[in-house]
Design a protein around this ligand. Structure first.
Ligand code: GLN
Length: 493
């Protein structure tokens, strides 16, 4: 089936004329029509646009053009502004918003010939780890526990992107990661996902959550597919002042480097007694695979890890409260009329934002307020500098780090909903790298006892995604992860 191909296989098939871009796109649109009613991975399906783009790709292929993503159908997280296509950020407040411009990342993908199937569901404003906070309904993970049909979360916030790719509705997808939103859902859905170094991809045209943390990246079913996608997404953009003016390396070539002679660090603070034994075992297995391929395993310490979550959940809400001030019923999206201007602001924001977003705006406003700024926000920023120093010190000894991606496999829809701290704890392994701005990748490494995917996380030096890809590709080859989610493996759904 055309939807079973990896992105690289599909690209090569198109180049050989084994099939056309229109055929490839129709196969994916059929999969979307068949599966999306159950999975809810897409908020908006842009079928007509996809068909037009696919036909244009076929014409370009016939004319001998060779662009990196020509004719390849992707899902776009609904946090990237797409010109003329509604962009909701998973929020009621942006439900009617049709951007008049294209984000830099999606413009780069279009430049390289990609086909956009539609906009992928997400936690509202990318705040969450479960996709349960979307105003457009939860996403269902295409995987289920063995012998148990209860719907599971795909992780979040890029749960729609990851579920779409895992269920073979798209060859790859864009995602964003502020504290783990690429890596954690990739792990829950049994696919690969890469959060590049902060600054590698432009944030221009991405709906802002926490600007000092937000970073775009790809998710796909293989590490090399992610490498190809990132090669198109990345690059300097003068429209984003934090975008890095650095050449984009050949990430796909880095996937073939191997790990011989590399030093891989094992951060001792990531080990905890509460870690499920299966996840600990998978971690040890990952280290053994790397050792077998010639890497040296080294124990390292990231002593401020224990402050990662606490400081992230100050910095991220603080920036969110400031970023979300723009949704006032005047400039963007929904407006609810009131008796006067203040009443209109209040009604618009009360009706437009969901509970989790309101919680974060309140926390953020509190930690930034005059009496508490020094005690919370400023202190968190200082600890953030220490977290970065931990990584800098570790990278003086090792080339990359290996950890589990998340402390659990996918959990049931509805779990952790009445306890925000339990939900936030799921980000424990992903948040420190976000605070430090370093690149990270999640690669599917195996299944747990209930038949659910578990991911391993590779972290690298700033702007050394190549080593991250090299390590990820070795783990992927060793793991040989070929399992299919329940929705394809014939299990009733
Ligand atoms: N789960 C984290 C949060 O809720 C991270 C979200 C993200 O990376 N966008 O903030």
């Amino acid at each position: 089936m055309l939807t079973d191909l990896s992105l690289v296989e599909a690209r090569d098939g198109l180049r050989r004329r084994d099939f056309s871009a229109v055929e490839l796109t129709e196969a994916h649109l059929d999969a979307v029509a068949a599966l999306n009613p159950r999975i809810n991975a897409f908020i908006t399906v842009s079928a007509d646009m996809a068909r037009t783009q696919a036909a244009a790709a076929d014409a370009a292929l016939a004319a001998g053009e060779d662009r990196p993503l020509l004719g390849l159908p992707l899902a776009i997280k609904d946090l990237f502004c797409t010109e003329g296509v509604r962009t909701t950020a998973g929020s009621r407040i942006l439900e009617p918003f049709v951007p008049p411009y294209e984000s830099t990342v999606t413009a780069n993908l279009l430049r390289d010939g990609a086909v956009f199937l539609g906009k992928a569901n997400l936690d509202e404003f990318a705040m969450g780890s479960s996709n349960m906070t979307s105003a457009f309904g939860p996403v269902r993970n295409p995987w289920t526990r063995r012998g148990d049909n209860r719907p599971l979360v795909p992780g979040g916030s890029s749960g729609g992107s990851c579920a779409a790719v895992a269920a073979r509705m798209a060859l790859g997808a864009t995602a964003t990661d502020t504290g783990g939103s690429i890596r954690q859902p990739a792990s829950f859905c049994g696919i690969a996902g890469v959060k590049p170094t902060y600054g590698r991809c432009s944030r221009w045209g991405i709906v802002a959550f926490a600007s000092s943390l937000d970073q775009a990246g790809p998710v796909a079913r293989t590490v090399e597919d992610c490498a190809v996608l990132l090669g198109s997404m990345a690059g300097f953009d003068p429209k984003d002042s934090t975008s890095a003016d650095r050449a984009v390396p050949d990430f796909a070539a880095a996937c073939r480097r191997g790990v011989r002679g590399l030093r891989i660090g094992v951060p001792r603070e990531y080990r905890s007694d509460s870690m499920p034994p299966e996840i600990e075992a998978m971690w040890q297995q990952g280290l053994a695979w790397l050792r077998d391929e010639g890497a040296e395993i080294v124990d390292v310490s990231l002593p401020h890890t224990k402050y990662g979550l606490a400081t992230y959940y100050i910095v991220a809400p603080a920036e969110a409260s400031s970023n979300l001030a723009r949704y006032d019923g005047v400039r963007f999206g929904r407006r609810v009329e009131g008796e006067d201007l203040t009443d209109m602001y209040e009604r618009t924001r009360a009706e437009g934002f969901g509970a989790e977003v309101r919680r974060r705006v309140m926390i953020g406003t509190y930690v930034l307020s005059a009496g508490y700024y020094d005690a919370y926000y400023l202190r968190a920023q200082k600890v953030r500098a220490l977290i970065l120093r931990d990584f800098t010190d570790a990278y003086a000894q090792v080339d990359a780090l290996l950890t589990p991606t998340a402390p659990s496999a996918a959990f049931a829809q509805g779990d952790k909903m009445d306890d925000p701290v339990a939900m936030y704890l799921n980000d424990v392994f992903t948040v420190p790298a976000s605070m430090a701005g370093v690149p990270g990748l999640s690669v599917p490494a195996g299944l747990d006892g209930q038949g659910l995917p578990l991911g391993l996380q590779v972290l690298g030096r700033p702007f050394d995604e190549e080593t991250v890809f090299a390590v990820g590709a070795v783990l992927e080859r060793a793991a040989g992860f070929r399992h299919l989610p329940a929705i394809w493996a014939g299990a009733p759904a």
